[in-house]
Design a protein around this ligand. Sequence first.
Ligand code: C5P
Length: 223
Amino acid sequence: FGEQTLAGKSVIVTAGGTRERLDPVRFLTNDSSGKMGYAVANAARQAGATVTLITAPTNLTAPAGVTVVPIQSTTDLSNAVLERFPKADALVMAAAVADFQPETTADQKIKKTPANDELILKLKKTPDILKQVAGIKRPDQVTIGFAAETQNLLANGQKKLASKSLDLLAANDVSRKDIGFNGDDNQVTFISPDGSTDQTPKASKAIIATALVDRLAQLLVKK
Ligand code: C5P
């Protein structure tokens, strides 16, 4: 049994890869398994927090004692987060949010015809949820983001942390085959607003999640 460092605190965790619908039977998504977010939700619950897990579809079972809010698209996720954030003490955005969404979703299945040898999809940028959250964030609230980078991990991470007004960023190098997305292990570099960095060893997502939750508890104490 871990210490109840988050007792009395309300934490929102987002997880999984969003689905952006093209038509009733097709969508665009990404490789996120949701494992990291579910591990964070579990660790926060173990630390005594009241946890809301806002999750895109995954193959995972939600940890016991956690309130689950299922969502599909970035728009759903944005609405769910913005509705609940004012009442939360902290938000951990582990969801792999789509960067682009179809400009329109067809009401009926898109058909192939003898005439169309190609189909051009028009995508538009999704809203940045953490940037929207930054606009309504109170000084007593903590926000933590993840960054999947394939190059310049630290420089890109620091920029991201500042642009999204985060209290902590967990950056991971997804160019490495042994960690990240679908695996059970991860290795992250925690980046703080003061520029300090701390790389975890390669470890299970459960252990990384516990390290993240320890930091979250410390950040809430300092607020
Ligand atoms: O900018 P980038 O997508 O790399 O940032 C990653 C972080 O921002 C993650 O925590 C992700 O959940 C969050 N994000 C977001 N809204 C988006 C895209 C990413 O909140 N539209």
